[in-house]
Design a protein around this ligand. Structure first.
Ligand code: BEZ
Length: 252
């Protein structure tokens, strides 16, 4: 079961994801006229910002609903899984916010990015790093194991360490200029139920429909002591991995 996306639910429960993406655009430092690939463009909220810098932007995403939303903003958005990029040395930069953690074969993605970039082109992004949403993942795993379900094959997320991701990039000729883990506990605009229903579909899908509510309640009860404050506000235990890299001039 892969993650599925609904633009309306995303806008309600997760708009903070693109709202918090501006520092990544600052690392990218886009210049007018540059041709940029937005890898995992979602509903296009940041793709629009890149266009406003005067860049020529193509957004790709594996969700038909997101691509539809991005196109409705007038963007050049294409339905394409980040594991299957097919561009040929045509971009000044590849940008990615909050998408690479859904792509569980990182070497395939990095290969496609390398092929997409012009020599010296930049690869700048942010996604979930090692330890990201660890409390949420642990609660989901605990509730699944209690039901005799092995969570490991279900886990849809890739959250690497700095060392691992830097190694993978440099092994494919993408030189890392800056890379860091950034702990960022994030106030949720709705609550953890909204977060789980938006981001954790694969874990729900393995529970029979009649038992899903009880499963969800159990996960919420496990998380409440750690992620809900005295005022009833929920936080997600985000840790981001942000990096700025470039295609080495002599790599092939
Ligand atoms: C994130 O944006 O960090 C994230 C998204 C989905 C699941 C977990 C984390």
């Amino acid at each position: 079961m892969t993650q599925s996306w609904d633009s309306k639910s995303y806008a309600k429960n997760a708009r903070f994801v693109s709202d918090l993406g501006m520092p990544v655009i600052e690392w990218l430092n886009p210049k007018p006229g540059e041709r940029i690939l937005d890898l995992g463009c979602g509903d296009g909220a940041l793709t629009v910002k890149l266009q406003e810098f005067g860049c020529e932007v193509i957004g790709v995403d594996s969700s038909p609903d997101f691509v539809h939303s991005a196109k409705s903003l007038g963007l050049d958005a294409r339905l394409l899984d980040g594991h299957n990029l097919h561009f040929n040395s045509e971009f000044d930069a590849v940008f990615s916010n909050a998408a690479l953690h859904w792509m569980t074969q990182p070497d395939r993605v990095i290969e496609g990015v390398w092929q997409s970039l012009k020599s010296g082109g930049r690869f700048v992004g942010e996604f979930g790093g090692h330890g990201n949403v660890a409390k949420i993942a642990t609660a989901l795993h605990t509730a699944l194991k209690k039901r005799g379900i092995d969570p490991d094959p279900i886990n849809p997320w890739y959250f690497p360490t700095v060392e691992e991701y830097q190694f993978r990039l440099e092994a494919r000729g993408v030189k890392v200029n800056e890379i860091a883990l950034i702990p960022r506990p994030t106030l949720l605009p709705t609550d953890i139920r909204g977060w789980l229903s938006t981001f954790a579909n694969p874990f729900m899908a393995v529970i029979v429909t009649s038992e899903r509510d009880a499963f969800l309640e159990e996960v919420i009860a496990l998380l409440k002591p750690d992620l809900c404050d005295a005022a009833g506000q929920w936080f997600a235990d985000y840790i981001r991995l942000r990096f700025s890299a470039s295609k080495s001039l002599n790599s092939r």
